[in-house]
Design a protein around this ligand. Sequence first.
Ligand SMILES: C[S@@+](CC[C@H](N)C(=O)[O-])C[C@H]1O[C@@H](n2cnc3c(N)ncnc32)[C@H](O)[C@@H]1O
Length: 198
Amino acid sequence: MGIRLLFFVFVALILWGVIYFQPPIWVFPTVFVVIFLFYSNTLRERVPLFLSNRTTWAALAQLMNNEPKSDNKTRRFVDLGCGLGGTVAFLARHHPHWHVVGVETAPGPYLISKLRVAFIANAEVRFQSLWSVQLGDYDMAYAFLSPAPMKRLCTKVQDQMPAGSLFVSNSFWPDDEPYDQDVLVNDSRESHLICKRV
Ligand SMILES: C[S@@+](CC[C@H](N)C(=O)[O-])C[C@H]1O[C@@H](n2cnc3c(N)ncnc32)[C@H](O)[C@@H]1O
């Protein structure tokens, strides 16, 4: 009910703005293109674009530090829905011995994150749905999505990630799904990193 009311207030404000300011005609297609580039997948996936902060990136980097080393194999990390690529870039810079991958399906964020990691040798961003990622290739996977896909994603993690690998979800976790660790990040949002050892 609250969200619906907010939506109607938002639409009313936009209508009022259009009538009051009478913006030039090019504003409308521009707004449409921007919304398409950044939010075209939101209705389908029910995951909007919002970003992890630097404190969370540091907490993730610490979790990567704690992961056991394997002698001759490069360890691999994936950000499932990497947004603007900040997490991928930060973690790749802080962990040069990991290969850090981001996947994203919104065209705008994909392009920005692709550019952001262009000169980081151990980072990679792909235009790919998280549902088609083969999680068996990764030692650690991270997601900051919404409550909507979490049950399905936990099933995918359980089915595909190798034994001993780590799945981390920022803030969202299905009620009936067990997890191993809940790291409270010391940020203003009081983010939680919920960790499941596969
Ligand atoms: C809440 S943002 C998180 C961004 C980033 N991981 C971070 O922590 O800053 C979620 C992102 O997932 C993307 N997304 C949603 N569904 C997706 C899917 N099926 N495959 C890939 N990306 C997806 C959205 O476009 C959005 O950029």
